[in-house]
Design a protein around this ligand. Structure first.
Ligand SMILES: NC(=O)c1ccc[n+]([C@@H]2O[C@H](COP(=O)([O-])OP(=O)(O)OC[C@H]3O[C@@H](n4cnc5c(N)ncnc54)[C@H](OP(=O)(O)O)[C@@H]3O)[C@@H](O)[C@H]2O)c1
Length: 294
């Protein structure tokens, strides 16, 4: 039995789609099962409720061989550490009490770097990894740079102004990965019962790109000029507050971006194993272009 959290989320639903064809028994945890397609509901067992709740995870993890764990972004969090670590505490209790064998979770790059302790969302993700690892379960933390899919949040300015914005220096080359590649790696690990122990699995996409490189590729694929504009960290933070985020969430975004701007995501050496297939150009053609056109 494989248990999938966030089956309606960006990564979670792609993990679910892949595993549905595997023939393995699947159980999902969903706050609102009506958000799952009827096709999905017919083929999986559903435990209703938030996966931060002890009764929900105890029920969901009963008899589970493997769990896909993802902490939802909580833009109202009063503390970012709480949002990741306290959210994961009930699951860690249930991993132990229900005897879950293997856990694959969504985390972030940065372990072992000088910035790891002051990198906002990344620091909290790494603390979550430590908590899960402390249960003794066999564990793989998927460690990612920023997702290509984050750019979908800026479809409007890309469409209307030919611009997108961020606080990272225009020429800093960074790895970036597509969520479809994260789901593919997660699915493979969830189906493979041969691994044990605890480790990180970096997912780096096929190449490092600067935001200027991305703008150039977007211009070519969208067949219109697209420019990246660097904004100040103050303006970046103010944008989150204006959209209703808590101060803690906004500050954690800033702390993470400062660390990325100082090389947080460049520390992991690229290897054939950490290089994943979807290029930014392919992602733009298959995901961004239809989103901008619609
Ligand atoms: N974006 C990046 O560049 C990046 C990089 C590295 C790591 N990450 C990590 O990736 C994760 C985000 O993954 P994603 O993009 O797939 O997320 P997402 O698309 O935002 O999906 C969030 C999921 O969580 C559920 N959810 C929301 N609030 C919830 C709550 N309070 N309790 C229970 N479930 C809740 C949502 O379901 P319903 O609303 O249907 O209930 C949805 O299924 C985060 O942990 C983040 O730290 C992100």
């Amino acid at each position: 039995m494989i248990v999938i959290t966030t089956p309606t989320g960006t990564i979670g639903h792609q993990v679910l789609e892949t595993l549905l064809d595997s023939g393995e028994p699947i159980r999902v945890i969903a706050r609102d099962p009506s958000r799952l397609s009827s096709h999905t509901r017919e083929r999986v067992e559903v435990v209703q409720g938030p996966h931060g709740d002890i009764d929900v995870v105890n029920q969901a993890f009963d008899g589970a061989d493997a769990v896909f764990w993802l902490v939802p972004p909580d833009s109202h969090a009063e503390s970012i550490e709480t949002a990741y670590v306290d959210f994961s505490r009930p699951a860690c209790d249930a991993i132990k009490s229900q005897g879950v064998k293997r856990v694959v979770a969504v985390s972030a790059l940065g372990r072992g770097t000088a910035m790891a302790g002051k990198a906002g969302h990344v620091s909290a993700s790494l603390a979550m990894d430590d908590l899960i690892a402390s249960t003794g379960v066999s564990y793989r933390a998927l460690t990612m740079p920023s997702f290509m899919d984050n750019i979908l949040r800026q479809v409007e300015p890309i469409r209307n102004q030919g611009m997108f914005f961020g606080p990272i220096s225009v020429d800093r080359k960074l790895p970036t990965c597509a969520t479809r590649d994260i789901a593919a790696v997660a699915s493979k690990l969830l189906l493979d019962s041969s691994w044990s122990g605890q480790d990180s699995v970096p997912i780096l996409g096929p190449e490092d790109l600067s935001f200027n490189d991305m703008a150039q590729i977007m211009s070519q694929v969208l067949e219109k000029p697209v420019r990246f504009e660097q904004i100040s960290f103050e303006a970046f933070k103010a944008g989150f507050i204006e959209r209703g985020a808590s101060k803690a969430f906004a500050q954690a975004m800033v702390d993470m971006m400062v660390a990325k701007n100082e090389g947080l995501d460049n520390a992991e050496p690229r290897t054939p194993e950490s290089t994943t297939p979807t290029s930014f150009r392919q992602w733009c053609e298959e995901v961004l272009k239809p989103a901008v056109a619609s």
